[in-house]
Design a protein around this ligand. Structure first.
Ligand SMILES: [Fe+2]
Length: 296
């Protein structure tokens, strides 16, 4: 399957030519707005609404609230008449009912099909332990925007297969690997949505510079015992390595691109010849990416 990628000078627009696509399509990619919202349904969240909102306001352009920047990103998709939307996590900073409502209402306003894959913050209230149990306990809150199983989702829009895998704990499970293989076996042009970028050589220096740890998926080098403890990233599970191999060198040529976030800066590069990973800068900095998919 022949695929070609082109980027605008400021990287806010991308064009992907995909052999076999039925017609031209476009979509909006947004990630990491870190909205901190809550109401009476989540009394424990009140202190975090104040502290997190204050922290992120200092980092937004013009001190505009993250929720407003999220609304502006959605409006960009609306005015561009996109065919679908891809949301790759940390849109909210913790899983309050109010936060999930904001995303659901934003997507209702955009009024196109979308997939939402969780980030490491989405399912974690700061006062709780960061663990797989905490993630599992909060998955049901995401049912309105991520269905019954946020770990593995897919959606076909006009011949493009969108696949969303929750890798927000830096790992994937055997079930997710099998889901990915089954999705790829349709041999349709496909796009993968994940929160945490996969490790590729050209991304590593900037991640290390910003975070002082290689906070990517399947990063085999750069960790220390201390940073693994700090980021709660134990040695990779076998399934994670298998997944990484499947993407970078396995039978996944019909995967046209990966879209992700997490590290809070823009980075676009090949993860295998002719196939690109798009790390999109965060909504809380006013960023989003419009992607055109060109047939033929
Ligand atoms: Fe994240």
């Amino acid at each position: 399957m022949h695929i070609e990628h082109q980027l605008s000078a400021d990287h806010s627009r991308a064009t992907i030519h995909i052999e076999g696509l039925q017609r031209d399509l476009s979509f909006l990619h947004i990630t990491d707005s870190h909205i901190a919202a809550g109401d009476e349904r989540d009394p424990d969240a009140a202190e975090h609404v104040t502290s997190v909102t204050g922290r992120f306001l200092d980092r937004t352009p013009g001190n505009v609230p993250p929720q407003q920047l999220f609304d502006e990103a959605v409006a960009r998709g609306k005015s561009s008449q996109v065919d679908f939307a891809a949301l790759t996590g940390d849109i909210i900073h913790f899983p309050s009912h109010k936060g999930v409502d904001i995303i659901r209402e934003g997507m209702a306003d955009l009024d196109v099909p979308y997939l939402y894959t969780p980030g490491n913050h989405d399912w974690h209230f700061p006062h709780l332990e960061w663990s797989n149990d905490t993630r599992a306990a909060h998955y049901p809150r995401f049912q309105p925007i991520a269905g019954d199983n946020p770990a593995c989702q897919s959606l076909v829009v006009e011949g493009i297969r969108l696949i969303a895998i929750d890798n927000s704990n830096y790992q994937v499970s055997n079930e997710q690997v099998e889901f990915m293989r089954a999705e790829l076996s349709h041999h349709q042009p496909s796009i993968l949505l994940i929160h945490i970028p996969i490790s590729i050589p050209s991304l590593t220096p900037a991640v290390m510079e910003k975070w002082k740890a290689p906070i990517m998926m399947a990063a085999s080098e750069g960790w220390t015992e201390q940073t693994r403890e700090q980021w709660r990233v134990p040695t990779d599970e076998v399934a994670t390595a298998v997944f990484h191999d499947l993407i970078v060198s396995g039978d996944s040529e019909n995967l046209a691109a990966i879209f992700c976030g997490h590290v809070h800066f823009d980075h676009v590069d090949e993860y295998r010849p002719g196939r690109y990973q798009y790390v999109t800068a965060p909504v809380f900095e006013g960023s989003s990416r419009l992607v055109e998919l060109k047939a033929g």
